[in-house]
Design a protein around this ligand. Structure first.
Ligand code: PLP
Length: 406
């Protein structure tokens, strides 16, 4: 008889965005004339840039001709894209990654979840708190979390590392056993970053303890500060302890087009649950070629254009969002709020004066018709904060801040 995976029943549910949507709908139904500005969901709003569109049109034409048609692509992605990524994202920054360590995928979200197939079931997982919920929920689904403990306000077997104002939003090293640690910088939701020396502390810790670091730098292209690392592989020693996830979603507006990549170094070697020495690179390559048939040729051509002829156009779009971030940060500061982030990331993390982020959500919705995201939805340490995103139009960003002036 079939038995379903009971771990799914341990999930706390899609509470955050479900609840935001519900409250917004109820308010709109009761106030049909209200003009709500949405600064809650981290989805891009600018269209794909012309160079990407042109490249994709050409690729579509190639698909229509017998001579230039492409069927199944190479398992790990086309070299024209992997090489463009290598040049721009790694070689130019002195990160010694090789082209075959780059695996093209259809999303960082899928890969941060799928990577768990490489962990043994009894690995102890550490996450930052507040956190991008996917790291947590996929580990609950994978049977690594234990039950949710209301007393602990978290799962029994997950190690939470608070990233708060008191530690500059960079967690302290774990004080207990952690085998896999998720780090996300520039951070969603806090919009904060870490320096080379702060990242080096994690790399050294992982190499000393044998832990694995999963470094999500989906917002790397928003970094403006020279002292902020774009890749964990800029840090010496990272190749023996880290896997990195990147995405074209926020870099090039690919949230709907779907393209990302994961870097798994060949130097990443560990013992498996039978005591055998294994290469995580070989395991991931095996997984990808067994379970994934690649990202479409058309999409990869478009992604390559974002690295090549479209690079300046992409930078303009990023600058557009970062100008929104500046407007939000300065607008909220002049309205009297303490703000974090928004300088190297498209998120501004706002301190809620009375400390109750859901109450603040309701106040902003009702009094100013603005929607953001309550920090409590990202974890216990997110309570007391509120996230606003720069992924709105300039017009809406300016009107939202005008409403905050009142
Ligand atoms: N990682 C972080 C930290 C994110 O915030 C997001 C999207 O919101 C993703 C990954 C997902 O990226 P993708 O669109 O490539 O799946």
């Amino acid at each position: 008889m079939f038995t379903a995976n009971g771990d799914y029943s341990l999930l706390e549910g899609n509470y955050l965005f479900y609840e935001i949507g519900k409250r917004a709908r109820e308010y709109q139904a009761a106030n049909p004339d209200s003009d709500i500005i949405r600064m809650g969901i981290g989805d891009v709003t600018r269209p794909l840039v012309p160079a990407v569109i042109d490249a994709m049109h050409r690729a579509v034409d190639e698909m229509g001709s017998e001579k230039t048609f492409h069927g199944y692509g190479p398992d790990f992605g086309y070299d024209f894209l992997r090489e463009a990524i290598l040049r721009r994202d790694y070689t130019a920054r002195g990160a010694g990654i090789s082209v075959d360590e780059i695996f093209i995928s259809d999303g960082a979200k899928c890969d941060v979840g799928n990577i768990q197939e490489l962990f043994s079931r009894d690995c102890i997982v550490g996450i930052m708190d507040p956190v991008y919920p996917v790291y947590l929920d996929t580990n609950v689904m994978g049977g690594r979390s234990g039950r949710f403990s209301p007393k602990r306000n978290g799962y029994e077997r997950i190690v939470y590392l608070p990233a708060t104002e008191s530690n500059g939003f960079v967690p302290d090293l774990p004080k207990e056993r952690v085998d896999v640690l998720y780090l996300c910088y520039p951070n969603n939701p806090t919009g904060m970053t870490l320096s080379h020396s702060q990242l080096r502390v994690f790399v050294d810790w992982a190499n000393e303890t044998g832990a694995l670091l999963l470094y999500d730098s989906a917002y790397e292209s928003y970094i403006t500060d020279e002292n902020v690392p774009h890749s964990i592989f800029e840090i010496e020693g990272a190749q023996t302890c880290a896997i990195e996830f990147r995405s074209m979603s926020k870099t090039a507006g690919f949230t709907g087009t779907r393209c990302a990549y994961t870097v798994v170094p060949k130097a990443l070697v560990r013992l498996d649950s039978f005591g055998n020495k294994v290469s995580l690179y070989d395991m991931w390559a095996r997984r990808v070629s067994t379970k994934f048939n690649g990202v479409s040729y058309i999409t990869q051509v478009g992604a390559a254009a974002a690295y090549n002829e479209g690079y300046e156009q992409i930078k303009d779009v990023v600058a557009y969002y970062m100008e929104n971030a500046r407007i939000i940060r300065e607008g909220m500061e002049s309205a009297g709020y303490t703000c974090f982030g928004g300088i190297n990331a498209p998120y501004v993390w706002i301190k809620v004066p009375h400390g109750d982020s859901w109450r603040f959500f309701d106040e902003l919705l009702k009094e100013r018709n603005i929607i953001g995201t309550p920090g409590a939805g990202f974890g216990a340490s997110g309570e007391g904060y509120f996230r606003m995103t720069a992924f709105a139009s300039r017009e809406n960003t300016l009107s939202a801040m005008k409403r905050m002036e009142k």
